[in-house]
Unconditional design. Sequence first.
Length: 235
Amino acid sequence: MTARIGVITFPGSLDDRDAQRAVRIAGAEPVALWHGSHDLEGVDAVILPGGFSYGDYLRAGAIAAHAPIMAEVADAAAKGMPVLGICNGFQMLVEAHLLPGGLIRNAHQQFIRRDQRLRVENASTAWTNAFEQGEEIVIPLKNADGGYIADDETLKRIEGEGQVAFRYLGVNPNGSLDDIAGLTNERGNVVGLMPHPEHAVEPGFGPGIPAAMRSGIDGLRFFESAIAAVVAQTA
């Protein structure tokens, strides 16, 4: 079967086409979805892309979390559908309470963009099963509101239950507590992260690192993981 992965466009989305392209390169069929719809069109997984939905008014992702289609996303996630939130999409997931905690302005109060080293902390989710536990990867990062926060009790719980999916290595670019770069829900089907895996899916266009100059494709495995998870669900 060919997995069908929906990518939702919100007013202000910037990376929806990039996410669609990443899905296609990974071998699945991208399906364009609209924020004002209540129809997921029978997709097998959903991506909430990066950008500045609704101009980041109130808080980044706060208005988008109440878009009509998010009711369908929440329902599908509760039933086990793989859902990935990238950057602004991660902000939507925490605002919609599909992931714990919150995201605030970067500690240095500036927009940042860099090739970011990450450590894979949980390789058993629908979006990380193609990685190895503890593996180090490089994924592009670009955000102004990427500082992850949570109260002490929530931090203790997500750390203890293995809900930290990715952690920053080398440098904490935005002041996130515990160097948290990405999270998963308890079930492992919902994942959110601030870096952009859709920008590291094709040789020659990914992050330039000494081990593989300008050929980083670490992001591709996010989408390959989702395809494998969908196939496993339907087997």
